[in-house]
Design a protein around this ligand. Structure first.
Ligand code: 16G
Ligand code: ZN
Length: 533
């Protein structure tokens, strides 16, 4: 039976604010850190139950609000393979978070345990981590109360990145099995990535030192350690590492700032030289955006779409060189935000699928390919090798030395890539591997295809829930008639493409527009916003 007494006495310490409704959305629960105490406690309990349901496998809990401003915080659950929480449980999480009182919460829990036939005698294990936000420590202690209340065993992974936490979950759950993912520690993560990277770039001329904008977030900590373990193999220069300066987090820096404003972080202006490239992580280091200054010091952005194009071509080249072209096929997954230039370029070469925004949608679609390359334009993404592809890689007998070299590269790619979730630092190493192999500068990489000018605006509306989409968010079905008006407008713009979708993380509607000419993309976005408002 449920430990009702301990649950009730601890739950009483974390009452739900009566005026708020919480929702487990695309990024878990996310709102102001100051109102999340009860949510954290209940997530701790739920994580324990999820572990019991999955026969004592370790469940992960990450406390972060990613690229959001410092006062925000959030929490999301990580399933045993290091992947996002199963869909159905998002609904359970929402229900439990909104039970108005302790009694209502415990009642909802028993109903839940019964409905899902959770065997409470099973062990429960939870590993958790947080980013550098000031609200983190108090929220973690509420989480720990929840873990304790359900009688689960908790492991504190401390202050670390979202991708490290995902890695840990997978590493813990595969320990001692044939699918062992690596040693279950931050060091294990760093060693795995570094060892693979060194093998992949051995014999290649060293890349120039790389500036890494850490968004003044937790990525700074892991980037510093990575820099140390890489040594001269790749010289990293971490900047925006002020994790204790109030309000510095994600402020005029980081991947989201660069992607949204299409600008260089002002703090890098004096450091980045003409011709040099650099990259930005977001506040929890699961996103990555590259950029460079050309010879005339003009800024050029290399976003998630450009990363996908670079990486996919490289994997295809290697499968050909290894003689595995017919057995291992590469596919791409994008969202509606993918630049039209990238979609055209990629779909002329490979299968491309478009899915709704949110990593879980991309991840699941990518699992359907032998090698699935998925990136959101915002820089979140990774590459997945199917279990069959991994088997092929380990059993294939190369017939020439060239095939053997290519095969080894493919195997090491599977190690340098964090396949659990998008990982800014792992993706950075991946990009540097490809650039080293191709001897590409930022400019040469950029010239794979030309980005169409685009504009993203957000519109505050009375009720974003009336906005409903279809066709992977590319068309509106509600409010009625609006899509027809949009179609009429967009037709007047050369190369025009636009879509409108309700945000899953903010109370706004987003409008995206692109066109052949910059001024037209801007104008189209603002006119569509006018229709939406
Ligand atoms: C979340 C998603 C991200 C998506 C963004 C869209 C995860 C881990 N993160 O941050 O992939 O791009 O939401 O936000 O799934 P929006 O719905 O507010 O536009
Ligand atoms: Zn993030």
């Amino acid at each position: 039976a449920l430990p009702v007494d301990s649950l009730k006495s601890l739950a009483d310490l974390h009452p739900k604010p009566s005026h708020l409704t919480f929702q487990y959305g695309t990024a878990g629960f996310r709102t102001l850190g100051s109102v999340l105490d009860s949510v954290m406690f209940r997530v701790g309990v739920l994580a324990g139950l999820r572990s019991k349901k999955l026969d004592g496998k370790t469940i992960g809990v990450m406390v972060t609000a990613s690229h959001n401003p410092e006062p925000d915080n959030g929490v999301k659950l990580v399933d045993p393979r290091g992947e996002m929480l199963e869909n159905a449980w998002e609904v359970h999480a929402t229900t439990l978070a909104n039970a108005p009182t302790t009694d209502a919460f415990v009642e909802a829990l028993s109903a839940f345990v019964k409905a899902l036939k959770i065997d409470l005698s099973k062990p429960a294990r939870v590993v958790y981590a947080r980013d550098t936000r000031p609200s983190g420590p108090a929220l973690v202690s509420a989480l720990e109360d929840g873990i304790k209340a359900i009688g689960a065993e908790g492991r504190d992974a401390g202050v670390t990145t979202t991708p490290v936490l995902h890695y840990l979950v997978r590493a813990i759950n595969t320990k001692g099995t044939p699918e062992e993912y690596g040693e279950d520690s931050e060091e294990g993560y760093l060693n795995k990535l570094t060892a693979a990277f060194k093998k992949l770039v051995a014999g290649k001329p060293a890349s120039p030192p790389l500036i890494v904008d850490c968004a003044n977030g937790v990525g700074a900590k892991i980037a510093a350690k990575l820099s140390e373990s890489l040594g001269d193999t790749l010289r990293l220069i971490p900047v925006n590492t002020a994790t204790t300066t109030p309000e510095a987090l994600n402020n005029s820096c980081g991947a989201d700032y660069v992607k949204t404003s299409q600008k260089l972080p002002p703090s890098l202006a004096s450091q980045l030289k003409a011709g040099q490239r650099a990259c930005s992580l977001d506040g929890d280091a699961d996103r990555l955006i590259y950029y460079y200054l050309d010879d005339r010091s003009k800024f050029h952005m290399l976003d998630g779409d450009k990363i996908a194009a670079l990486v996919a071509a490289f994997v295809v080249d290697l499968t050909k060189a290894a003689g595995l072209e017919s057995q291992i096929k590469v596919g791409i997954v994008q969202t509606a935000y993918a630049n039209g230039g990238s979609t055209k370029y990629l779909s002329e070469r490979l299968p491309v699928k478009c899915v709704p925004t949110g990593v879980k949608h991309l991840h699941h679609a990518a699992e359907k390919y032998d090698v699935g390359v998925y990136f959101e334009a915002n820089g979140h993404g990774t590459v997945l090798f199917s279990p069959e592809s991994l088997k092929t890689l380990s059993s294939h007998q190369p017939s020439t030395p060239a095939q053997s070299t290519a095969l080894n590269y493919l195997v090491q790619l599977t190690n340098v890539i964090n396949q659990t979730v998008g990982d800014g630092l792992s993706d950075m190493l991946l990009v540097e591997v490809v650039l080293a192999h191709k001897a590409y500068s930022g400019e040469e990489w950029d010239s794979l295809y030309v980005d169409l000018p685009n504009r993203l605006v957000k519109v505050v509306v009375a009720n974003r829930n009336i906005f409903k989409t279809e066709d992977a968010e590319r068309r509106l079905v509600s409010p009625p008639g609006l899509q027809t008006k949009i179609d009429e407008l967009v037709r007047r713009y050369n190369g025009g493409r636009t879509f409108v979708r309700p945000s899953g993380t903010e109370d706004v509607v987003r409008v995206y527009a692109e066109a052949i000419v910059r001024s037209q993309a801007d104008e189209l976005a603002f006119r569509i916003a006018g229709l939406v408002y």
